[in-house]
Design a protein. Sequence first.
Length: 255
Amino acid sequence: MKFVFVVGLVFGFCGHALAVEPDEVRKKLKKAVPALAIETIVDSRIEGFYEVGLDDGSVIQFSKDGEHFIYGDIYHVGEKLVNITEENRNVRRKQMLDAVAESEMIVFSPRNVESRGTITVFTDIDCGFCRKLHADVPELNQLGITVRYLAFPRTGIFKSDSTKTSSYKKLASAWCSDNRQLALTMAKTGTPIEDKDCENPVASHYGLGQVMQVNGTPAILYDDGKLDVGYRTPAQLVALSLIHISEPTRPLYIS
């Protein structure tokens, strides 16, 4: 984890120069680093700065005088440390997740019980803790939690010889099955399923996970965009899904 502590003196220069516009920030950064892939430029919660979002999910705090930037997360120091950069990532992840059609996912929904929440899980077939979490799905459904799966082949899409990886093939076979729920469940219990290939969202899901900075599976997304990597018990997931209920997204994007 990278900590960036910014003291009051750093901000002293901001009030003495005309603020540059987001388009100028984009041009200046691209001129300095042509390969830099800028996705968003937003008002930072630090006065006198923009927050520049890059395509790999990382951020830059860029001074509005156009002369300085800070690379790393910004923390607010109050009664407790609050990672305000991560809070903005949550908003961005929620927006990206909302853009994914549920028809692209493999969904296990509660039946005959009141819905209490939803978790969206980046999963792999052979990941041990993914299998452990999947074994809990019936209990989660009984507790009112909908489980939606996105594909995240841990070994990537392609091998060094440009052929598809085993992780990809197993996930693609599940997504291409006529009964995706059954195929995924069988594969996660070690039961062989029919090899299939079709137009599927596995590569798209994998790319989305990378942008969201998923670095392991299972990676659990809550309704508000909070990302939690690793296994959690059903009781923990119920509590966390209720804590991280989606709230109206505040407008962040300037450019």
